[in-house]
Design a protein around this ligand. Structure first.
Ligand SMILES: *Cc1c(COP(=O)(O)O)cnc(C)c1O
Length: 412
């Protein structure tokens, strides 16, 4: 049998333990299960989100705008809570537009990004006064062909596919050939047409990658981003007002991964703010983060329904599974499957352990939540808790697959 994988956060920095029970937002996971009347569920702890945002702000120059990428976790209560603490929201659909407009965020500080925006959703966004992030020349012309009920031209930013990439990213979003943004070589001509079309140019957006844990790689990409924006500004019809530098800040999931050193990134951004003051004097710099703000604040909880032994291996069969937490099963873009950090929420620190596989109840071997993990000895009814589940959890999962009811979500 291969060596069991240990949870990353053995000391659980965010969630305390009392009486061997993992506590989320002041309640044990068993109490939460009772309160919700069922498992599985996702629970998000607002105190952990607040702590993360506060800590981040202390490391960033005051002038840096902090935006939240709604797709990381669009749960309405959570979005309301996060929106109160950030300077803007990034949305990717009309559905996310509706959610964002339910917050107090000024529509000008909502930016609509993503390839293939349709006419109806563009029209809704224009009428609401949100900033449109252009992904192609076709999209720019489509926007110009719509009329605004507001009597003013739509405000647009141009998303650039840069000629560099963010190294060691979990997910690369720019650099080579990609459906995202406009190749840097094509941008000067596009900017000329943009002016002729009468759209209000507001700035640039450059997002090079996601889930990065290396500060040096992020710093290199941010330096290149500012340099590129300065170069392209010469072709812009009006001064750059906003430079959205994307995000890419990762969180540790797997054994051996270390948290991102945001202090180094903050120090470098302070230098970039100074540089921008002379080179792009009208521009504000923005970061747009999803996972980093909310990923560590959430857990997914499911219950052990069956425990069986097959050819010497123990299987815990839970009422959860990949249909509710695709990423934990390793099927959301991961190249090699690794275990998310998992604990038994009602048996914290149990000293008698065993090596188990934790599965869901779907009829596919892909439905694996933990492989050969050493955990406290479990009984039927115990609560399996998957940590680091606050971002790209429920909404990235195929909940319709096999027809089980959707899990609940609660913000504490
Ligand atoms: C998904 C996305 C983000 C957020 O990415 P994280 O890795 O969650 O921080 C930011 N900007 C754009 C354009 C995105 O598509």
């Amino acid at each position: 049998m291969s060596k069991p994988q240990q949870p990353v956060h053995c000391e659980l920095p965010y969630f305390p333990v009392a009486d061997k029970q993992l506590q989320i937002g002041g309640h044990s996971v068993e109490q939460l299960a009772q309160r919700l009347g069922n498992t599985p569920f996702y629970a998000y702890d607002r105190a952990v989100i607040d702590q993360r945002i506060r800590a981040l702000r202390t490391l960033l120059a005051d002038s840096i705008r902090l935006h939240y990428a709604v797709k990381a976790n669009p749960m309405p209560d959570l979005l309301q809570h996060v929106a109160q603490q950030v300077d803007g929201l990034d949305i990717a659909s009309q559905g996310e537009l509706a959610l964002a407009l339910q917050t107090d965020t000024d529509p000008q500080h909502i930016s609509f990004t993503g390839p293939g925006k349709g006419e109806a959703e563009l029209q809704a966004a224009i009428d609401a006064g949100v900033t449109l992030n252009i992904e192609s020349a076709t999209e720019m012309r489509r926007i110009a062909g719509l009329t605004s009920s507001r009597g003013i031209p739509p405000r647009v930013t141009v998303r650039i596919n840069p000629d560099f990439e963010l190294k060691s990213s979990g997910m690369r979003m720019g650099g080579g050939a990609t459906p995202f943004g406009i190749d840097v070589e094509q941008v000067p001509a596009l900017l000329k047409e943009l002016a002729d079309l009468g759209l209000e140019f507001w700035g640039f957006h450059i997002f090079a990658g996601s889930q990065n844990l290396r500060a040096d790689a992020i710093i290199e990409a941010q330096n290149a981003t500012l340099a590129l924006a300065i170069r392209l500004a010469e072709h812009a019809p009006s001064p750059v007002r906003l430079l959205n530098m994307g995000g890419g800040f990762g969180i540790p999931y797997f054994p051996g991964e270390q948290p991102l050193d945001v202090k180094l990134i903050g120090e470098n951004l302070t230098r970039l703010v100074e540089q921008a003051k002379t080179a792009l004097p009208d521009a504000e710099l923005a970061l747009e983060l999803g996972r980093y703000l909310v990923g560590e604040a959430g857990v997914y909880v499911c219950r052990v329904l069956d425990k069986k032994v097959s050819r010497g291996q123990v299987f815990l069969v839970t009422d959860g599974g990949l249909h509710q937490h695709l990423a934990a099963s390793g099927n959301f873009g991961q190249v090699i499957r690794k275990n998310y950090p998992v604990v038994i929420g009602n048996k914290m620190g149990g000293d008698e352990t065993e090596v188990v596989n934790i599965v869901g109840r779907l009829c596919t071997p892909l439905d694996l939540l933990a492989s050969k993990m050493e955990l406290p000895v479990t009984e039927l009814g115990d609560l399996v808790v998957i940590l680091q589940s606050g971002a790209y959890g429920l909404t990235t999962s195929p909940t319709a697959f096999l027809g089980h009811p959707a899990p609940m979500e609660i913000l504490l």
